[in-house]
Design a protein around this ligand. Sequence first.
Ligand SMILES: [Zn+2]
Ligand SMILES: [Zn+2]
Length: 354
Amino acid sequence: MTSGRGDFRLDPIPCGWLKPEGAMNGRFAAGLAGLLWAALATAAPTQPAAWQAMAWNEGADDCEAASQPPLQVRRLDATTFVLRQGLCVDFEANFLYLLIGNERALLIDSGAVADPALMPLARRVIALLPEREGAKLPLLVAHTHGHRDHREGDAQFAALPGVRIVPADVDGMRRFYGFDRWPEGSARLDLGARVVQVLPAPGHHPAHVVFHDGQTGVLFTGDFLLPGRITVDDADAFEASARRIAAFVRDRSIPHVLGGHVELDVDGELYPHGATHHPRERGLGLAKADVLALPDALAGFNGFYARHANFVLTDPVRNLAVLAAALVAALALAGWAIVRLLRRRRAARAACAV
Ligand SMILES: [Zn+2]
Ligand SMILES: [Zn+2]
């Protein structure tokens, strides 16, 4: 492992990342450079209320003919960024989030694109990091869950000094965050005067977590909750997770809930699966009310498909199973009809021959 300033060692886990519940961070002096950088940052900050108004490239039906940037970057404030993959780079068009503390930075998800020539994620993220005492702030690349569209970009960070990547499987997450009662409990990532709480939320994927940022109050939910298709892998685990996360947010001010994708237009209609064109896309942000509505939505889920105001619950595996069963039944029916027809013809020919 590298040993330069700000680098991480893979073992043991750097203690500074993880703070026990209730611990306070008092290292304000160490963040002076970060604050200075924030004060000097030139782009105008985007106010939280403007999440919904953030404009994103709509992609194209013919991506060969379109020329849109592979990665868009927007600022929520001087130390909070949202990045989005272009729809023409990968139809998943993931949203990634960069939170910068005084001592460290956290990237939530690395997206679906491993090749920096297609989407230069690592270069853009590192460029956004401030310097402290002559070195870029250390970066932690974490994931909401282990689906490939949320971690393929890890490859771009793997060889960079000062970067540590959190595993995207249950055992790896448990070890890194110190969860000893998964999926109960929570962990705290100390970024330096900015604490991010990590909460297990399996159900869409066995290794799913959500992140609550103590600085902005935003809840980052990945594919646990998003304005689009929420695929249910384990309904019982998902409902239990939804009840835990709802209990977490109930007494907190949560200005916005930001997921990993947007798949609905402003009228609430889903784009076709795999669409690379999102005209009139709805805003990114969901609300605390959506988090609170999720447990009952999951409790009442029919196991196949359910529309709600701002999201759609679906179980594609079950839907495929039903489709496959329907196809088998249709083929059996067609076979039976053909056999019956052939028998009738045979009987008719026999009757004519008499
Ligand atoms: Zn997913
Ligand atoms: Zn996803």
